[in-house]
Structure formats: structure tokens, C-alpha cells
Design a protein around this ligand. Structure first.
Ligand code: GDP
Length: 368
């Protein structure tokens, strides 16, 4: 049995964590958090951390004791410098809360890259965990919609760099921009994306702690994640009634199955493909052909098969990336955003037009 820690930082991290807990409770009841036992096979501890108390209160499926409020007015206002100070001031408290839960085999820290709290807390938390423990720590990082504004773009660029430098054992990318075709308004897109991330992570945890027909384990996952440029993404597909397993594998590896835009046959470096379902539906020949196709393009592919009677075939693929052209695009627009903010700051500092306007009434008083 694996001991797994999942931390959700900031609003986005909290919400994805809540989606994980909802799936794990297996009930859509608001009361689930009060009486249900989580249905994890592993020992999974979940912790939500936030400076904004309202984001924590919004959580429906995460127990109150697992929601840690770090008081700082009403959040850190997308300012990563403020966020870093707040983390430093509260580090002892945060680390105590985590360490009280025992030791772990693996940890996932979920955050958006672009807000204030999660994007500043995550690299510092990862660094702290890595200095104190020898278990692997993976960051699950949500990238912003590109039109969300210059502050979010610059935060995303610096946050990702900070996480890489924090000692994280890998970064799993999910991209709001790429996933926004989920449709509907922003809120329902968020919910859809959060559910996608939650389902994939739970599938992965289940697979790492399963008795499979063909086994993949935490060791294989670590090897996959240590390949490539430290960046990874996850693909997933559930076949419908008549779909052969071959097509489900292809769909999990295709852009529409992934959390981050990539041509995995060109950009992936290592992979783990896990197939779960009824034995009758899992043709070993089809699975081998698809896995060989992928391994001839990317190098090494670990393969796992989990037999679950009566289940439609589901495919999960973890892929580390050797290059990521979409990330290069993001950084090139982030550079423009950083320059734009810097120029604006300089303009405000030198021109002070508003001050000139105020100075016109210096020494005067209102007359009534
Ligand atoms: P923080 O609370 O200060 O860490 O900031 P947020 O987590 O709200 O970060 C803002 C970024 O997260 C923006 O790019 C939002 O689009 C994104 N975001 C906020 N909430 C969600 C959510 O529930 N799901 C997803 N996928 N993205 C979110």
C-alpha cells in the first residue's frame, strides 16, 4: 500500500483537490465530507492550502481538518512577491501540518501557475519538502488562458521556472487554454478541466497501487518522470461500447486526449501506458501494436494492464516531453507581458501625470 500526499495550493489547486476528493468519495453528496470514508486503496492524505478563506470554504468534499488557512487579508492579489513572503512567514506552521500526517512514498502538489498564492507557495513548498524528505514530489501545474492578462502570464513564466529550480521531480502540465474547448462558460470549463485532471490522477494512483496483469509501479512512474525536460502531460480515454482498445489508446495519445497540447510522437521522451477494463475487451495484440508504435517514436514505454470485469476499456498515458513547442509559445507571449508591465511601471514612476494634476490644488482649501 502506498502512502500518498496530495496538496492543493491556491484557488485552482483547492478546486482540483476537491474534485479528487469528490471522485474518491464516489458520492456527489454535499455531506460526503462528514461521514464518508475515502475509497482510496492507498493511504491518501489531502491538504488544501490558501490565503483566501472563501476559496477554502467553497470546498465541498475536502474535510475541514484538511483545509489550512494562512491568514493574509484577502489573498495575495496575484502578487508572487507578497505570496513568497507569506509562505516564508508561515513555513513552520505549514510544514508542521504536513508532517503530522506521517511519511509518504510520493507527493503531488497541485496549483495554477498564474495566480498569486498557489504559484508562489508551490515552488517554496516543493523545495522545503525535498530538503526534508527523500520521497519524489511532482507538481501538477495549470497554465492560464492566454487572454487572462499580463500579470497572469508573467506569473506563469516565473512560477514554472521556480518550480523547475525547486528540486521537483517533474512537472505535469494541464493547460486551460488548450482545454477550454470543454465549452460553456468559464465556470463550467473550470469544472470540466478540474474533473479531467482529478480523474487522471486517481486513475494513476489506482494503477500504481494495483495488482495488474502486467505491472507498472511507482518505480516505473519515477523513471518515466525523470526522462525528458522535466515536463510531462497525461492523456486519457474511455472507450464506448463498440470501440476496440486500439482506438482508445490512439485517442488517449491524440491531442484531444491530452491535458497539454503536444504531438507526443515528436515531443515525448518516455511514456507509461496503462490500460484497464474487462479482459474480453483487452486484445493483447492490439495493445502491443499500439505500444510498439509509440515506443519506436519515443524510446521507452512502460505498459500496464489492469483487469476489471465489466468495465469498458480505459487508457491512461503519462508522457514526459523532451521539447514543448506550446510552452515556447507561452514564454514568448509572457516575455511581451513582462516588458509591458515593466515599461508601464517605469512610465508611472517618471511621468507622474496624476501627481501633476493634484499639485494644481497645492496650498488651496475648498470654500463652501
Ligand atoms: P491563487 O488562489 O492566488 O493561487 O490563484 P488562482 O488559483 O485563482 O490562479 C488564477 C489562475 O488559475 C487563472 O489562470 C485561472 O484561469 C486559473 N483557475 C482558477 N480557478 C480554476 C479552476 O477551478 N480550474 C482551473 N482549471 N483553473 C482555474
Amino acid at each position: 500500500m502506498l502512502n500518498i500526499l496530495i496538496v492543493g495550493n491556491g484557488q485552482c489547486g483547492n478546486r482540483i483537490l476537491d474534485a479528487i476528493n469528490r471522485e474518491a468519495f464516489g458520492k456527489k453528496s454535499r455531506l460526503a465530507k462528514f461521514y464518508s470514508q475515502q475509497k482510496y486503496k492507498s493511504n491518501v492524505q489531502t491538504i488544501a492550502i490558501n490565503t483566501a478563506v472563501n476559496d477554502l470554504k467553497e470546498m465541498k468534499f475536502t474535510k475541514a481538518k484538511d483545509r489550512i488557512h494562512i491568514p493574509h487579508l484577502h489573498g495575495v492579489g496575484a502578487n508572487r512577491n507578497v505570496g513568497k513572503h507569506v509562505f516564508e512567514d508561515n513555513k513552520t506552521h505549514i510544514m508542521r501540518q504536513i508532517e503530522e500526517r506521517g511519511n509518504f512514498d510520493v507527493c503531488f502538489v497541485i496549483t495554477s501557475a498564474s495566480g498569486g498564492t498557489g504559484s508562489s507557495f508551490t515552488p517554496m513548498l516543493v523545495k522545503e519538502l525535498k530538503e526534508r524528505h527523500d520521497y519524489p514530489v511532482y507538481a501538477v501545474v495549470v497554465l492560464p488562458f492566454r487572454e487572462e492578462g499580463t500579470l497572469y502570464l508573467q506569473n506563469a513564466a516565473f512560477c514554472l521556472r521556480d518550480i523547475r529550480e525547486s528540486g521537483a521531480d517533474g512537472i505535469i502540465l494541464a493547460d486551460n487554454q488548450f482545454l477550454k474547448q470543454m465549452g460553456g462558460n468559464v465556470e463550467s470549463a473550470y469544472n470540466g478541466i478540474n474533473d479531467m485532471v482529478a480523474r487522471r490522477l486517481l486513475f494513476l494512483l489506482d494503477a500504481l497501487d494495483s495488482e495488474m496483469m502486467m505491472v507498472t509501479d511507482l518505480g516505473d512512474f519515477k523513471t518515466v518522470m525523470s526522462g525528458g525536460a522535466g515536463l510531462a502531460t497525461i492523456g486519457f480515454y474511455e472507450a464506448d461500447t463498440d470501440m476496440p482498445v486500439r482506438s482508445a489508446i490512439q485517442k488517449a495519445l491524440s491531442p484531444s486526449g491530452l491535458l497539454f497540447s503536444s504531438d507526443v510522437y515528436k515531443e515525448a521522451s518516455r511514456a507509461m501506458v496503462i490500460i484497464r477494463g474487462d479482459k474480453e475487451r483487452l486484445s493483447i495484440d492490439e495493445i502491443s501494436t499500439e505500444v510498439e508504435k509509440l515506443s519506436s517514436a519515443v524510446g521507452h514505454v512502460f505498459k500496464g494492464i489492469i483487469v476489471r470485469n465489466g468495465e469498458l476499456p480505459q487508457v491512461l498515458a503519462v508522457l514526459t516531453l523532451e521539447s514543448a513547442s506550446e510552452l515556447e509559445n507561452l514564454y514568448s507571449i509572457a516575455v511581451d507581458a513582462i516588458k509591458y508591465e515593466r515599461d508601464k511601471k517605469e512610465r508611472v514612476a517618471t511621468v507622474k501625470e496624476v501627481d501633476r494634476a493634484f499639485s494644481q490644488i497645492d496650498g488651496m482649501d475648498p470654500s463652501y
